[in-house]
Design a protein around this ligand. Structure first.
Ligand code: G1P
Length: 296
């Protein structure tokens, strides 16, 4: 079955990035020349997604505005003959069909996904966390969808992390009694644990914010009690699903940046700007000068 719908939970406060996110949603902070969420939407579209469901909250309307037609701005650009910017602005409005649902209380990622239940309907769907920016040759979500089709299993993206960082992530429990197809990238799972202490972590494979899920997850989410951090966790609902349906982890091929906090955001901006066709050369020169001066 084709995956045509992706849920983007964007209702959070962005506390890790305060004060930058006091009045601006973290999803709209730019990575070089585009807001962070636009990369995730572009990835989803490249993966064949046709319908994006944003799970939003108050103070997040500007995310919808970014993907809407900006009539006044377009009129100004047209009057000025600024065709390049006019095209860029219109391309974002034409990019995607957005549906929004509200998460009235921030009770956790699992609760946010549950809010999208009616909008998703009875079909498998993707979840994309735009804090996890993934840059690579092929769209990470496309790789997960291919794994979903090949295995008929729900899929979570995974990457290796140092064992002392398990508290920051959901951690998967690989089923080593089963083969790992696709050169070891597809990993059958026994279960998943949200943010375990290193001593309790079943592996060093962390969940990254891309999922392809059976709609049965909604039944599980309804029954999921408050978990790690007092929140209703998506990881706990997938763990419950694992007792009924197969779940696999997928080691995606790209590089992941946590752009929901300054360190990862800075690294993403640096890496992408250095490679950028317009800004790369000037930035490399500036960096070379900076490093040379620093050595003196
Ligand atoms: C969420 C998930 C966690 C996952 C992480 C990836 O946590 O609950 O399992 O590892 O995203 O970014 P959060 O970062 O929202 O606390």
């Amino acid at each position: 079955m084709n995956i045509r719908t992706a849920v983007f939970p964007v209702a959070g406060w962005g506390t890790r990035f305060l004060p930058a996110t006091k009045a601006v949603p973290k999803e709209l902070l730019p990575i070089v020349d585009r807001p962070a969420i636009q990369y995730a939407i572009e990835e989803a579209i490249a993966a064949g997604i046709e319908r994006v469901i944003l799970v939003t909250s108050e103070h997040k309307r500007s995310i919808e505005d970014h993907f809407d037609i900006a009539s006044d701005l377009e009129a100004v650009l047209e009057a000025r003959g600024d065709i390049e910017h006019l095209r860029a602005v219109r391309a974002v409005a034409d990019m995607v069909h957005l549906v929004t649902v509200r998460q009235k209380e921030q009770l956790g990622l699992g609760h946010a996904v549950l809010m999208a239940r009616d909008a998703v309907g009875h079909e498998p769907f993707a979840v994309v966390l735009p804090d996890d920016l993934i840059i690579g040759e092929s769209p990470a979500l496309g790789e997960l969808i291919a794994a979903y089709k090949a295995t008929s299993s729900s899929v979570v993206a995974v990457m290796e992390v140092p064992k002392d960082q398990t508290r920051r992530y959901g951690i998967v429990d690989p089923d080593t009694s089963l083969p790992s197809p696709d050169g070891g990238r597809t990993i059958p799972l026994r279960g998943l644990v949200e943010k375990p202490a290193p001593a309790d972590a079943p592996s060093n494979l962390a969940i990254v914010g891309r999922y392809v899920l059976s709609p049965k997850i909604f039944e599980k989410l309804e029954q999921t009690p408050h978990g790690a951090g007092g929140e209703i966790q998506l990881t706990d609902a997938i763990q419950a699903l694992a007792s009924e349906l197969p779940i696999v982890g997928y080691k995606f091929s790209g590089t992941r940046y946590d752009v929901g906090a300054p360190e990862g955001w800075l690294k993403a901006n640096l890496d992408l700007a250095l490679e950028h066709p317009t800004y790369g050369a000037a930035l490399r020169a500036a960096l070379a000068t900076h490093l040379r001066d620093g050595e003196r």
